[in-house]
Design a protein around this ligand. Structure first.
Ligand code: B3K
Ligand code: ZN
Length: 882
C-alpha cells in the first residue's frame, strides 16, 4: 500500500506535460497472481518544451519487468524507478519514439479494488482517479488523451469473456488452451477511463437505434443465473439513450455499449468508455429482491454513467480540481432525466432531502471545500456530496438564471467548442456567458467559495399603499482555509401568497433584478419593494429550492400554516410542511433536554393529516409529507450541543401524537393504498406503496403492537413492503418473538443473495439505542459478514455509523472507539472504503461536550495509527483540525 507522504497538490501548479502521448497499445496476459502487462506508448516531445526534460511516468506498487526505447533496452543510467514514478532521460528531441514497459501484477491479492483486481473470479479494473498507474507506468492524469488498442490473452475455459473499451477488433484461439481478443477505442481518452473485464459471465442483449439510424449493440453482463434481474437496467439504459438525444441532442458514438455488474466495488459505478462497470447493487432488480428505492437508484445510476459519455468522456477534466465539471453536470443531467421519467416534484423533494442530509453537514463541518477545490492530498477524498450534489445545484442555478433556451444554447456551445478536449470550469462558464451576454463572474463564486450561504429575510406590508417590502441579507460562513467571503449571486424563486391563497402579480418591483419569478440577490443586503399587492402576503422564498442555501425567514405560525395549506407549487408546499415539523421537533428537543413536558401543536398535526388525506395530491407526495425530518436533520438545525437521545425522544413523542390523532386516517389509507394488480416498479405504483407503508408505520406506533407489522411482513409480495415491515419490527420491537421470527425467515430465504442480505444487516444496524453496538459486533461474527466486500461493510458498519444517531453516539463513546478500530483494520486492505466510513465523524464538533470529547479521542486514536493510507490520514487530519 502507498502510505501517506503528506504531499499536497495545488491547482495553481498545473502545467502541461512535456510529452504528448499519441497512442497506447496494451497486451494483458491474465493470471490471478502473475498477470503480465505490456504497454507500448508512442510519445513526442511537445513543441516548445524543454529539449532536455525527462519523461516522468506515474506508478504505484508496480513490479517492472522490462523497459525498452524503440525496441532497445534502456541503460540503467538512463532511468530511475521510485515507489511512485519512473523517470526516463535522454529521449529524442523532435521525433516520436516508443516506450515499451512490462509489468507484473497480482490481481488476486489486490484488496484495494483499484487498478486490476479480482471479484468472484472475474478480472476487473477501476482506474478513476489514479488506478491506471497500478497497472503500468503512465502519464496518469486526465489531460493526457490517447487512442487505445487492447489485446487480452487468457485461459479460454475459465476466462471465456474478454472485454475492454471501444469496438471489437477480433479474437481467436491460440492453440495452447488460451485465446485472445482485441479491442480498439477510436475516441481519445484519459487513462482513468480505461477498463478491462474478463471472466465467465452471463449476458443480456438488446439493440438501440440512434437518432441518425445507427444500430448499437447493448450488452449487460452479470453472474450466470442473474440475467432476468438485468431487464430493468436494460430498459433504463435504452430510455437514457433516447432521453439524451431528445433533451441534449447527444448521440452514442460506438458500435457497442457494455455494462458489467460486479459484486466487489468501492463505489456505485464507473463510466469507462463503452464499458461501464457497475456495483451489482445498481444493476440487479426484481420485485422479490429490490425495493422501489433500488429501482429508482438503478434508473438514475445507469443514466448517470451513460450521460458521462458526453459530459466526462468526450469532454473531460483538465485536472482533478475540475471534477465537478463532469460530476456536478452529470448529476444535474441524471436528476433531470429522473424528473422526466417520474414525478418532478417528488423527485425534487428527494434531491433536496439528500442534499441537506449529505452535503449540508459536509459544508458546515471540518471537511468543507469548494465545489471546485484548489488543493488536495488524496483526490479520492474529493468525490464528495459537495462536488456531486452541490455541483449539480450550481448547474441548476445556471439554468434558472439563464432560462431554458439560453441554458440549452450554452450546453450546445460547450459540446461544440470542447468536444475531444480536457477543460476547466472557466471554459464551461464561458459558454453560458457567451450565449447570454451575462457577466457570470459573481455567480462563479459558487464554484470557489465553500459553505452554505445563509439568507435572512423579513417582510413588511403597508396596506394603505398596497406595498410589500422584503429585506434580504446574505452571509456565507467561514470554512477551512476561507475566513472571509464575498457576497454571492443567489437566484431565489419567489411567490407572494395572498390571503385567499392566490399568488400576487406585483405592478412593479424595485430594489433588485427579477427575471420571471426569480429574484437575483447579489448584494450583502438588499431591500425589494413590490407595488400593487392587494392584501398582506406570505412570502414563499426559494421555491423549488432554487439555491442551495439555509433560509431564515421571520414568519408566524399562522403564516407557515397558510403556506402549507395554499402553496400551489407542490415542492414549496412540502417545504412549508417540513419547516413546520422541523420547528416543532427542535422545540420539542429543547423541552426534553430541560425535562419539561410539551404538547404537539394541533396546527402541525392538522396540516400533515390534511396533506395525507388530500386525494388531489399524488400518493408519493403525501408519503413525503408524512415523513418527518430525520434525527440528523434536527441535529443540523440545532447546530451545537447536540444530544441525539433528546432528539430521538422528542421525535418519537411527536410521531406518536400524529399517529394517535390520525389513527383512523392511517387505517383508511392503509386499506385504500393496497395493491390492486400485479407488481409494477413504475413511479405511481411505488408512490402507493410508499404512502401505504408510511401509514403502516404510524399505525404501528398508535397501536404499540408488533401484530400489524408482522402480518405485513407475512403478506408482502415484494421487497419494498417486506423490508419496510422487517425494519419496523426491528426498530419498534427489537426483542419481540415476531421480530426474531421475521429476521430468521428473511435470512433463510435470502441466504445466497448478497444484495438482499445487505438489507438484513442494515435493518439491524439501525435499531436505535445503546444496544446497537452489541448487535453490530455480534453481526460481524456471523459467517455471512464478509469484511472484504464493500457493500457488506457499508451495510453493517456504514449504516450503523451514518444512520443510527442514538446507537452510534451512545454516551459512553464506545461506538466511536469501535469505529476507530474498524477504520484502522479496513485501511490496511482498502483505504478508500476506510476513508469514506470515517467521514461519518464529520459533525463531531456539534455534539454536546462529553460526546465530543470522546469522539475526539477516537479520532486521535486513528491519527496515531502506524501505517495510515493517504486517504485516511487526510480525512482524520482535516476532521480534527479546528
Ligand atoms: N466517476 C465515478 C466515480 C469514481 C470514484 C473514484 N474514487 C463514478 C461516477 O461518478 O459516475
Ligand atoms: Zn459521475
Amino acid at each position: 500500500m502507498r502510505t501517506d507522504t503528506g504531499e499536497i497538490i495545488h491547482l495553481e501548479d498545473y502545467r502541461e506535460t512535456d510529452f504528448v502521448l499519441e497512442r497506447v497499445d496494451l497486451t494483458f496476459e491474465l493470471d490471478p497472481t502473475d498477470t503480465k502487462v505490456e504497454a507500448r506508448l508512442i510519445f513526442h516531445r511537445r513543441p516548445g518544451a524543454d529539449p532536455s526534460a525527462p519523461l516522468v511516468l506515474d506508478g504505484d506498487a508496480l513490479t517492472l519487468t522490462g523497459l525498452l526505447l524503440d525496441q532497445e533496452p534502456i541503460a540503467e543510467a538512463d532511468y530511475t524507478e521510485t515507489e511512485t514514478a519512473l523517470t526516463i532521460r535522454t529521449l529524442p528531441e523532435s521525433v516520436p519514439f516508443e516506450i515499451c514497459i512490462t509489468t507484473s501484477l497480482s490481481p488476486q491479492t489486490n484488496t484495494q479494488l483499484m487498478g486490476l483486481y479480482r471479484t468472484n473470479n472475474v478480472y476487473c479494473t477501476q482506474c478513476e482517479a489514479e488506478g491506471f498507474r497500478r497497472i503500468t507506468y503512465f502519464p496518469d492524469r486526465p489531460d493526457v488523451l490517447a487512442v487505445y488498442t487492447v489485446n487480452i490473452i487468457a485461459d479460454k475455459a475459465t476466462v471465456p469473456l474478454l472485454l475492454s473499451n471501444g469496438n471489437f477488433l477480433g479474437g481467436a484461439n491460440m492453440g495452447d488452451g488460451r485465446h485472445f481478443a482485441a479491442w480498439f477505442d477510436p475516441h481519445p481518452k484519459p487513462s482513468y477511463l480505461f477498463a478491462l473485464v474478463a471472466g465467465d459471465l452471463g449476458v443480456v442483449e438488446d439493440t438501440f437505434t440512434t437518432m441518425t439510424g445507427r444500430e448499437v449493440a447493448l450488452k449487460i453482463y452479470v453472474e450466470h443465473g442473474n440475467e432476468p434481474r438485468a431487464a430493468y437496467a436494460m430498459d433504463a439504459l435504452k430510455r437514457s439513450m433516447r432521453w439524451d438525444e431528445e433533451v441534449f441532442g447527444r448521440e452514442y458514438d460506438l458500435d457497442i455499449f457494455k455494462i458489467v455488474a460486479v459484486s466487489d466495488f468501492n463505489m456505485g459505478a464507473m463510466e469507462n468508455k463503452g464499458l461501464n462497470v457497475f456495483n451489482d447493487k445498481y444493476v440487479l432488480a426484481d420485485p422479490e429482491t429490490a425495493t422501489d428505492q433500488d429501482y429508482a437508484n438503478i434508473e438514475a445510476i445507469i443514466a448517470h454513467e451513460y450521460f458521462h459519455n458526453w459530459t466526462g468522456n468526450r469532454i473531460t477534466c483538465r485536472d482533478w480540481f475540475q471534477l465537478c465539471l463532469k460530476e456536478g453536470l452529470t448529476v444535474y443531467r441524471d436528476h433531470e432525466f429522473s424528473a422526466d421519467q417520474r414525478s418532478r416534484a417528488v423527485k425534487r423533494i428527494a434531491e433536496v432531502r439528500f442534499l441537506k442530509a449529505e452535503q449540508f453537514p459536509e459544508d458546515g463541518g471540518p471537511l468543507a471545500h469548494p465545489v471546485r477545490p484548489t488543493r488536495y492530498r488524496e483526490i479520492n477524498n474529493f468525490y464528495t456530496a459537495t462536488v456531486y450534489e452541490k455541483g449539480s445545484e450550481v448547474t441548476r442555478m445556471i439554468a434558472t438564471l439563464l432560462g431554458r433556451d439560453l441554458f440549452k444554447a450554452g450546453m450546445d456551445l460547450y459540446f461544440e467548442r470542447h468536444d475531444g478536449q480536457a477543460v476547466t470550469i472557466e471554459d464551461f462558464i464561458a459558454c453560458f456567458a457567451a450565449v447570454s451576454g451575462r457577466d457570470l463572474s459573481q455567480f462563479a463564486l459558487w464554484y470557489h467559495q465553500a459553505g452554505t450561504p445563509l439568507v435572512s429575510a423579513s417582510g413588511s406590508y403597508d396596506a394603505g399603499r398596497q406595498r410589500f417590502t422584503l429585506s434580504l441579507e446574505q452571509m456565507v460562513p467561514p470554512t477551512p482555509g476561507q475566513s472571509s467571503k464575498e457576497p454571492m449571486h443567489i437566484p431565489l424563486r419567489l411567490a407572494l401568497v395572498l390571503e385567499d391563497g392566490s399568488i400576487a402579480t406585483p405592478s412593479s418591483v424595485s430594489g433588485g433584478e427579477m427575471t420571471g419569478d426569480v429574484l437575483h440577490l447579489t448584494e450583502r443586503s438588499q431591500t425589494l419593494v413590490f407595488e400593487g399587492i392587494a392584501s398582506r402576503p406570505v412570502v414563499s422564498l426559494n421555491r423549488d429550492f432554487s439555491a442551495p442555501i439555509n433560509l431564515h425567514l421571520e414568519r408566524t405560525a399562522a403564516e407557515r400554516a397558510h403556506l402549507a395549506r395554499y402553496e400551489t407549487d407542490p415542492f414549496a408546499r412540502w417545504q412549508a410542511l417540513n419547516d413546520m415539523a422541523l420547528l416543532a421537533l427542535v422545540e420539542g428537543t429543547a423541552s426534553v433536554r430541560t425535562g419539561e413536558t410539551f404538547a404537539v401543536e394541533p396546527a402541525l398535526i392538522e396540516a400533515l393529516l390534511a396533506a395525507a388525506r388530500d386525494e388531489t395530491l399524488e400518493p408519493a407526495f403525501r408519503a413525503q409529507a408524512l415523513a418527518l425530518p430525520s434525527e440528523s436533520d434536527i441535529a443540523r438545525e440545532i447546530g451545537r450541543q447536540v444530544d441525539p437521545d433528546a432528539i430521538f425522544a422528542a421525535r418519537q413523542q411527536i410521531m406518536t401524537a400524529i399517529a394517535k390523532a390520525g389513527a383512523s386516517d392511517f387505517a383508511a389509507l392503509y386499506d385504500r393504498m393496497a395493491p390492486s394488480g400485479p407488481f409494477s416498479p413504475d413511479a405511481a405504483s411505488a408512490g402507493r406503496r410508499a404512502l401505504r407503508n408510511a401509514a403502516l408505520s404510524y399505525l404501528v406506533l398508535a397501536e404499540d403492537s408488533p401484530v400489524r407489522a408482522a402480518a405485513a411482513y407475512d403478506a408482502a409480495d415484494n421487497m419494498t413492503d417486506r423490508i419496510h415491515a422487517l425494519t419496523t419490527l426491528c426498530h419498534r420491537f427489537p426483542d419481540a418473538p415476531d421480530t426474531a421470527r421475521a429476521l430468521d425467515d428473511f435470512k433463510t430465504q435470502f441466504a445466497d443473495m448478497a444484495l438482499v442480505l445487505d438489507k438484513w444487516f442494515a435493518a439491524q444496524a439501525t435499531i436505535p439505542g445503546e444496544g446497537a453496538l452489541g448487535r453490530v459486533k455480534a453481526l460481524m461474527a456471523d459467517p455471512l459478514f464478509n469484511p472484504l466486500n464493500p457493500n457488506r461493510v457499508r451495510a453493517l458498519i456504514g449504516t450503523f455509523a451514518f444512520s443510527n444517531p442514538t446507537g452510534f453516539n451512545r454516551a459512553d463513546g464506545e461506538a466511536y472507539r469501535f469505529l476507530a478500530s474498524q477504520i484502522l483494520d479496513i485501511d490496511s486492505r482498502n483505504p478508500q472504503l476506510a476513508a469514506r466510513l470515517l467521514t461519518s465523524m464529520r459533525s463531531w464538533r456539534s455534539l454536546e461536550e462529553k460526546r465530543a470529547e470522546k469522539a475526539k479521542l477516537a479520532l486521535k486514536e486513528i491519527a496515531a495509527g502506524a501505517k495510515l493510507s493517504a486517504d485516511v490520514s487526510d480525512i482524520v487530519d482535516r476532521t480534527l483540525k479546528a
